[in-house]
Design a protein around this ligand. Structure first.
Ligand SMILES: *[C@@H]1O[C@H](CO)[C@@H](O)[C@H](O)[C@H]1NC(C)=O
Ligand SMILES: *[C@@H]1O[C@H](CO)[C@@H](O)[C@H](O)[C@H]1NC(C)=O
Length: 239
């Protein structure tokens, strides 16, 4: 059985070894689809906790399918959970700090995912770095994410809104929920109804994807479920 197509295969190579991100218009199709899936899960009080390009599969038509629900959890009465889990580059600060978190962590990860799709690198560091270093940047309020100049102002803004450290103010996690995402300027003119009806032409035809493993490597994180080390426990207990 061949591996299913994943959105990380939708990246074009701008020549020998040069990776370029998706066009913003293409990324919008996937990000809108993921936002609708997360909204659906959150309404069922399920927090997904492992959003990253490797877990977003494509069906034969080119629509997304979320895979790997290994970290998904149904939230209990207080709608909060404490266990640290996720993938280092994608976890929200409140997850790293284990002070209790809710479905807002998935919207943070969506911000990371948009950055990765457009920039072909992670905002808080390279997956080859020590996960601890990456997570220290995530909780460091002085750390500033660098946005390449080729990104549109609206793209930078939508990523910034998802990478909002205060969960209750994070795009998607505010009272307006999905509505606030739909009305963000980055989605101006995007036909959400057409997408929901599956009548939109998918951004990329999966049959045209080149399964170039070198391209995928830019996205590959440590496949092992990350566990906070004893060292991490000590470091984070100071926050
Ligand atoms: C938990 O979330 C659900 C769905 O968003 C909501 O209806 C419920 O009131 C929340 N419960 C608490 C205790 O906040
Ligand atoms: C937080 O980030 C700032 C800016 O990058 C850096 O100067 C500072 O050393 C970092 N603090 C910690 C505790 O890593």
């Amino acid at each position: 059985m061949s591996e299913p197509a994943k959105i990380c295969g939708c990246i074009s190579s701008g020549g020998e070894g040069v990776l370029t991100g998706m066009k913003e218009k293409q990324a919008r199709f996937y990000v809108a689809s993921i936002a609708m899936v997360l909204d659906y899960m959150h309404n069922l009080r399920v927090v997904y906790r492992d959003l990253k390009p490797e877990n977003v599969l494509l069906d034969a038509q080119g629509y997304i399918k979320m895979g790997d629900f290994g970290f998904a959890k149904v939230l209990e009465d207080r709608n909060r959970t404490y266990t640290f889990c996720g993938t280092p580059g994608y976890v929200a600060p409140e997850n790293v700090l284990a002070t209790g978190y809710n479905t807002a962590v998935d919207w943070w990860s969506l911000g990371v995912l948009i950055y990765v799709l457009l920039c072909v690198k992670q905002p808080f560091g390279d997956p080859s770095e020590d996960p601890l270093t990456i997570m220290l940047r995530i909780i460091n309020t002085s750390f500033e994410v660098q946005y390449p100049s080729f990104l549109s102002t609206d793209a930078v803004n939508v990523i910034t809104r998802f990478l909002q450290r205060k969960p209750s103010m994070r795009l998607g996690a505010t009272r307006e929920g999905l509505k606030a995402i739909k009305s963000h300027p980055w989605f101006a003119g995007f036909d959400w109804d057409l997408l929901e009806a599956r009548k939109m032409t998918p951004a990329i035809d999966p049959k045209l994807l080149v399964r170039d493993t070198r391209r995928l490597q830019a996205f590959e994180d440590d496949k092992k479920p990350p566990k906070p080390s004893a060292k991490a426990d000590r470091v984070f207990s100071d926050f």
